[in-house]
Design a binder for this molecule. Sequence first.
Ligand code: F6R
Length: 579
Amino acid sequence: MCGIIGYVGQRRAAEVLTHALKHLEYRGYDSVGIAVKDGSTITVRKDKGMVDEVSKKHSFLTMGGSIGIGHTRWATHGVPCQENSHPHFDCTKNIVLVHNGVIENFQELKEDVLKKGHKFTSETDSEIVAHMLEDNLKSNSDVLSVMSDVVNKIHGSYSFVVMAGNKKELYLARKNSPLVIGIGKGEMFCASDIPALLPYTSKFVQLEEGDLAVLSETGYNVLDHNRKPTTRKEFSVNWNIEMAQKGGYEHFMLKEIHDQGHFITESLASDTTSAKKLLDKYSRIDIVAAGTSYHAGLLFAILLQREGKNAQAFIASDYPFVAVPTKNTLVVAISQSGETADVLQSIRFVKSKSAKILSITNVVGSTITNLSDEVVYLNTGPEIGVAATKTFTAELAVIYKLMFAKERLSSIKNIFEKMLESESEVKSVAAKLKNVKNAFFIARGISVPIAQEGSLKFKEITYIHSEAYPGGELKHGTLSLIEEGIPVIVIAPKDETSSKIIGNLKEAKTRGALIISITNDENIRKESDISISIPTLDDPVLYPFAMIIPLQLLAYYVSTLRGINPDKPRNLAKSVTVE
Ligand code: F6R
């Protein structure tokens, strides 16, 4: 899972590539590299590290030439180091490429290439493709037809951008990894996602699975998976560059938490008409998603079950191994990026069973949208922080819109605004947690998925071990872990679960736990060591929107107090395009 970029036009390519790679860094930040062609000479500069550091160390901005490619890496094959950084050359240094994805049959292909005498400089799966292109170009100078032959031999996922010393074009291929073309005037771009190109254009074309494409400064051509010339729909986005930048906040994550008050209106305005009809038609609904989106799915399943549906949320990576969908199943896939490989794998499995697919995603033109029968968009703008925040509440907003009348949802914006007022209170709670080693999150009923999301957010960006449970489950094993001073965060709106959660809270308190509650229930407040207040809501089903804000803020402040950059937690990436 990596970020790739290509440019051909009149500007200094190195500047465009370096700038765009900064926006792609969330996709992986193990190493960075660019290749620029000046005349017929290709120069590659690359190294382990992040964009600012590597571009400065290797003086990217001094490189001449107006055509080039770039890459930011999330390591899969080979440790992060200079040799394994992209771009990768062939033996002659006439072909250079960047790759996002995983070549599953690379050992087999590599043996073949080695037998032909090629020398490898990296341990990556990607480099073999440069050598395969080199071989095939000896008998055929048409790069696109050679690329077609080469990618046909690859099993796995890829988006490639290839540059050749003797050509003025860039060559693109895409299968199961994102790649979008940006259309300029007298210049063309490509990248793993749209925000990277927003400073240059708002007009895009999304390549489809199996497509090949050529970019020149005057335009682009696409070949479909049968290698027939084709057209792909051009579209414009109204995200502005401001929306993809920090807007004065120290981190994207904090900005995105605050942005929720604004974007929720847009998410609630999403068109759900056809999706609602589809939902009404089915009694069995399987929800597939990963991570944060899975937590939104859990809440969705509870709401659907309450309506009498046979609904269940599944972890996408396991869905094909545990579920048996039929043509009478509606599968709802939730993925903010629309590119999560585990989710796409589930969708492909579902398609083979003839079930219908409704997807909920943030990214127009993402792979999930091409594979689904119906799509609802989150409309929440690009999310840059690796930890999902505004896209989680946008997913909830869309789910609630699918379930409830519009009038019931009109207070959500106010709830967010009210909860954001608790920021300084949450910050002072964070100071008490910054040195703990473990934390537990408990809740009951519809608050359980919120506790799970609060715990995921917390561990993901603070590196503190944390777990979440339905409160009643503590006594069945986990209580043995509770000892003096361990924080137990109790998510406890005043609803039908209050009298039960108070018992669970006391079980932990008697064993010495530090009880931090998020509540509007006076009895729970009295039993707590620390309490964060939430407003009392007329409609208890809306409490998840109130609960999640302090949990996101808590994770954020504990993370920053521990000196961690919450926008880029270690070992993670924003869009997980490997299974
Ligand atoms: C956690 C987080 C991840 C994602 C997961 C699925 O903060 O962001 O758990 O939710 O990788 O991503 P999408 O929703 O893009 O499919």
